[in-house]
Design a protein around this ligand. Structure first.
Ligand code: AMP
Length: 292
């Protein structure tokens, strides 16, 4: 008979001082520390980040914090799903050591902070154009989390393409001693990228939303067949998404995967990314792929 040991529950902490102390102890014991920043409502995509972190780091910290400073007025801050009990179950299954789930008053005791990370041009296009200030909020809270957890490595999903690029740039520009690991996008069987917002899609929109994946696949295949005109590939993306009557296209672009710059010609498909965003009813979804 195999006896399955129940995994120990993660320690759930809401104070910065306690998280620091847990990291200090781990470090003193010679352990490496890994951080997976999340906003909760965890799904298999987050779980894959946790697995990657667990495989490489001794002390695994997951932060669950719906950071208000990355939401604009009228965005879904109040409606963002909060599912702490289910999140903790996933963290337990995946062997997380510490869950840091702070309240706003712990992260922003004065309600706001004066110092903010300026992320440059990459933060003002695409998602940044539609959500002004979003990436400043993200970069600032991520740097705060790095200062609290003091991780050796931190794990981000390629699903949020612009976000991982901006975080890698911040770490590089400011010589932050944290290694950024980027994990491929986890998808449903029909191709839809997992997202905490998918639960808000009504059944017809849920089905229609797979068009994002198919548009990206079509773009990849035209590039594979030799198309190197970036604008033509962007047209293929847009045409595919616009053919779905339930989708309202926000953008469909082909960019340099390291700089987000638009270039007329795709020189290296592996260094080019297709990024799309569209709305299905009230739900806004993003997706992307590298073109090789
Ligand atoms: P969020 O909780 O949405 O802020 O996401 C937390 C982290 O999980 C981010 O680094 C996301 O890029 C990553 N993530 C979200 N969805 C997925 C997915 N479907 N596949 C891989 N990573 C994901």
């Amino acid at each position: 008979m195999t006896v399955v040991e129940p995994s120990p529950s993660p320690i759930v902490l809401d104070s910065i001082a306690e998280v620091r102390e847990a990291s200090r102890r781990a470090r003193a014991a010679g352990q490496t520390i890994g951080l997976v920043p999340t906003m909760g409502a965890l799904h298999e995509g987050h779980a894959r980040l946790i697995d990657a972190c667990r495989a490489r780091c001794d002390h695994v910290v997951v932060s669950i914090y719906v950071n208000p400073t990355q939401f604009g007025p009228g965005e879904d801050l109040d409606r963002y799903p909060r599912t702490l009990e289910a999140d903790l179950a996933i963290c337990r299954e995946r062997g997380v050591d510490v869950v840091f789930a702070p309240k706003d008053r712990e992260m922003y005791p004065q309600g706001t902070i004066a110092t903010k990370i300026e992320v440059g041009a990459a933060g003002t296009i695409l998602e940044g154009a539609i959500r002004p200030g979003h990436f400043q909020g993200v970069a600032t809270v991520v740097l705060k989390l790095f200062g609290i957890v003091v991780p050796d490595r931190a794990y981000f999903g390629r699903k949020d393409f612009q976000q991982q690029l901006i975080i890698r740039k911040m770490v590089d520009d400011l010589n932050v001693p944290v290694l950024i690991e980027v994990v491929p996008t986890v998808r449903e069987r029909d191709g839809l990228a997992l997202s905490s917002r998918n639960r808000f899609l009504d059944p017809e929109d849920r089905e229609a939303a797979t068009v994002l994946f198919w548009a990206l696949e079509r773009a990849k295949s035209v590039v594979k067949r030799g198309e190197r005109n970036a604008e033509r590939v962007a047209e293929v993306l847009a045409e595919t998404i616009e053919a779905e009557s339930r989708a309202t296209l926000d953008y469909a672009v082909v960019v340099d995967a390291e700089t987000l710059e638009t270039k007329p010609t795709i020189v290296d498909p592996a260094r080019s990314a297709a990024l799309v965003a569209a709305r299905f009813g009230a739900v806004r979804l993003i997706d992307n792929t590298l073109l090789a």
